[in-house]
Design a binder for this molecule. Structure first.
Ligand code: NAD
Length: 300
């Protein structure tokens, strides 16, 4: 069997960002509107710092306004909620993201609930999660879909013309990846199974899947012989491991070198899902801006 097609998320995301930049330009020219993204960070988690920096930098590069708000690790829940309320009221801010994880003393659920659902560009608010489940991702429901599963779906659709009737397995049941991913695939008429840490015989489950999305956070958990020949494999996991040379490197939840021999298409780590997450966040910000202004998203 020939090697899998590599689904190049980096190149796909670059094209998406270029289109977003054109949309931002069009909004500014025709309406004097500039989409704005506010990122909120609490404490000094180094990974969060990098994520937020990348998101705000790419928002700027697309021509948007973007702001970073940082509260100290010892900030109170009320301070965070006050900041979110101010951002909800700020008409220049169309999208708000609260970078997770939050420090121990702060209730992440309360912070997510405080974000205006119309500005919830991460799609984590219960209103958006509920809309996705009950009404699906499209149409006039005004749902915001989380960027990571949205980006995964774009890569899947880039490879497969028709998803209807395919067996899809989502490995992982988190609110930010696994669950919304399963609902997106369901809306595409796949037959969806969600597997998780208590699932029995994961390998057998995986072998049935035409589409396999791994969002677990366990380095190279999915082996080559777990994959159905020709399957589309999306690897969301980001795991840092130490190699024999003592240097660390990033790997996904799928053993790439094995899987690439069996799958029909596969995303690499890095350079697969990661860049898509940020591009979809920016797309959500443009969508949020247009919805708040009561206008359609420019074609661009
Ligand atoms: P999470 O820890 O919230 O959820 C992990 C899920 O995996 C849980 O539902 C758990 O039941 C399941 N799980 C754990 N161990 C398992 C096992 N041995 N077998 C089967 N299932 C198991 O994680 P998350 O936030 O959904 O993220 C998952 C991974 O995706 C992480 O590596 C994270 O860094 C990565 N991630 C990447 C991006 C991106 O942009 N590429 C975005 C979000 C998350």
């Amino acid at each position: 069997m020939s090697e899998a097609r590599i689904l190049d998320g980096k190149a796909f995301a670059a094209r998406l960002c270029a289109r977003i930049a054109r949309q931002v330009g069009a909004l500014q020219q025709s309406r004097g509107l500039k989409p704005g993204l506010a990122a909120v960070r609490v404490g000094d988690n180094p990974a969060s710092e990098i994520y937020v920096r990348n998101k705000t930098k790419q928002a700027c590069e697309a021509g948007m306004n973007s702001w970073q708000h940082r509260l100290p690790a010892e900030a109170s829940q009320d301070q965070l909620l006050d900041l979110i309320r101010r951002l909800n009221e700020d008409r220049q801010v169309h999208g708000i993201l609260v970078q997770l994880p939050l420090p121990g003393g702060i209730d992440a659920g309360a912070a997510i609930d405080a974000v205006d659902p119309a500005k919830d560009v991460d799609g984590f608010h219960v209103i958006n999660a509920g809309r996705l489940v009950t009404r699906g991702p499209g149409g006039p429901s005004g749902v915001m879909v989380p960027g990571t599963p949205l980006g995964c779906l774009m890569l899947i659709k880039d490879h497969l013309d028709k998803l209807e009737g395919l067996e899809a397995l989502v490995l992982g049941r988190s609110n930010i990846v696994g669950k919304p991913m399963a609902h997106l695939l369901l809306a595409e008429h796949c037959t969806v199974t969600i597997a998780h840490s208590r699932t029995r015989d994961l390998a057998a489950m995986c072998r049935r899947a035409d589409i396999l999305v791994a969002a677990v956070g366990r380095a190279e958990l999915v082996r080559g012989d777990w994959i159905k020949p020709g399957a589309t494999v999306i690897d969301v996991g980001i795991n840092r491991i130490e190699g024999a040379d003592g240097k660390t490197r990033l790997v996904g939840d799928v053993a790439f070198a094995e899987a690439v021999e069996v799958a029909g298409a596969i995303t690499p780590v890095p350079g697969g899902v990661g860049p898509m997450t940020i591009a979809c966040l920016l797309q959500n910000t443009v969508t949020a801006c247009c919805r708040q202004a009561g206008i359609p998203v420019p074609e661009a």
